[in-house]
Structures are given as structure tokens and as C-alpha cells.
Design a protein around this ligand. Sequence first.
Ligand code: PHE
Length: 348
Amino acid sequence: MDKISELRAEFEKKLTQIADLVDLDKLRVDYLGKKGSITALLKNMKALSNEEKKTFGAEVNKLKGYAAKRVDEKIEELRKAEVEREIAAMPQFDITAPANTARGSYHPITLVQRQCESIFKSMGFTVEDYPEIVTDYECFEAVNIPKHHPARDMQDTYYLTNGQLLKSHTSAAQNAILKKYGSRLQNGVPIKAIFPGRCFRNEATDANHENTFFQMEGMMVDKDISISNLIFFMKTMLSEVFQRDVKVRLRPGFFPFVEPGFELDINCLICGGEGCPSCKHSGWLELCPCGMIHPNVLREGGIDPEAYTGFAFGLGLTRLAMMKYKVKDIRDFNSGSLKALSQFTDDE
Ligand code: PHE
């Protein structure tokens, strides 16, 4: 019996010195394992009488149960201590500190895009979404730029290894939209759609050029659509955006998917037309290439160019945002600089 209480005291003493789970398991094995000291007591019972065996055995089993329970308790205790250590190591928060109430703001390009969308929606246009990764067919062939045509050089395109490419202009969606709405034309429903999107070109960047920029393409197809319709929608939209009558000019411009094609320029609002780096000292900013949709493009979209005509434009949304917010360097838009980007709101 002395042996039992001795062992119990010894176990208890060792247990208090244990500081981690690995040591605790060693201790468990030392006492309760097959070759452990408590188990060994039972093996030494042979010399005892039957009566003694009974009481001694019961005592040893009691010790066994007790030791197992103490090991479990110790596990709990060590885990708790571990959690407490982790909590203590965590940075302290002052829950009474006043909340940071500074609100985020929309990116200036988002603001301009939304404004253009609502203007065009009010004039009956639908707003379409389109992927940024497109095929060669969508981006070029469907809009009258065959393979190896020199017009491809106008857009230094990022090709992917799988043959697809990063959309170099929003015109990549023209074909899909003509196909989507073409069947309604016979029922007298014109195609009126805008499709904003991010575009990519391998540009040498400067204050006026970026490799990632936003355009907003627009198309209208119906019977008897002419350049006057195009000019009307462009003027209406721009005077809404700038809240005044902006000066525009049309110059002839070449794009394979329009005929005739134009460059619509607006009077540089940064320098007022006197000339500055943003307008390359010309007083005018190229804002919106446009034109009458080429018959080949209509045909490729499943629309009879003898029966229907249409206009298309490719508004430079990024450039429009520069004009509207008087941003001198296009690179500020992608800079991630909150100082530059957070000063715009849509409630002006
Ligand atoms: N896709 C042309 C470009 O990005 C712009 C454009 C669109 C021109 C529609 C005419 C008509 O260069």
C-alpha cells in the first residue's frame, strides 16, 4: 500500500512540473503505458494472497483512474494556457476608440461611365457587358480587319499563348451585339446599345497614353440612320456630361469598320483651347472616333446592309474623365494613389 501512495505522490509531483503536451504524453506513458510504473504494480501481485490481491488490485485501479483523470485535466489546463498566451501576444485593440468614418469613393472613370450610361439609357439604349479576353475573330475579323491587314498595326495588341487576346477596343463586341438584337429589326425595333469596357494596348506610356484604358462603344442600327443621327447623339451626350454646350469638330478618320469614318474632337477643357501637354498643344482632344457602320460589318453580323444602316462610336471614357475632372496625367487613374483618386464625387 505504501508503494501505491508513494507512486501517487511521485506522479503528482512530476505532473506539476509538466509544461507542454509532449512531456505530458511521456509522463502518461511512464505511468500508465504497458510498461509504465502503475501497470508494473499489477504485475508484482503474484506474491500476494487472494484477499490481498483483491484490495491491492482495487487500489491500483483507483490510482490508474486517478492518474488518467489528472492527465486529462492537465491537457485541458495546457490548452487553456496556450490560448491565453496567444491572446496575450495579439495586438491590443482599444474598443472605445472613435470609429474611422472616412468613406470610400468611386473611381473617376466609374463616375463618368455611370453618367454616360444613364444618359444613353434615357435615350433608349441598352447597356451591354462583354469579356476582356476575346478571340481574333471578335476583335478584328468580324469588324472588317482580316488577318495580316495593316490596320492591325493601329492597335499594338497583347496576344495570349492560346491565340486569344486582350480586347484592344470595345468594337470587339459589335458582332455579338448585332447578332443578339438583329432579329428584332424586322419587327421595327432598332438596335441601340452601348458597351463600356476596359481595353488594353501595348502603348509607350506618357501623360496621354496608357496600356490600360476604358472605352464606351455605342451602336445604333435601323432603317435610314445617317450621320446626322450620330452627331445628334454625340452632342446631346457631351453637353449632358459637361453641363454646357461643348465645341466639337469632325475630322475624317480611318477605321476599317466604318465608312465614312470620323474623329470627333472636343475643345480641350483643360487649357480652354490655348494648347497644353494634354492636347499636344493643339487645343483639341481626340475624344470619339466614330462613323457609319461598314456594310461588311453589318453583313457579318447577319444584317442586310441594303435594308439597314447604322452608326458606331468608340468614346474614350478615360479621356472623357480627364476632360471632365481636369486630370493632367492619364497615369494617375491606374496609380492606386488615394490622394489623387478620392477627390471625386458624383454629387457635384
Ligand atoms: N474601335 C476604334 C478604336 O478603338 C474606335 C471606333 C469605334 C471607331 C467605333 C469607329 C467606330 O480605335
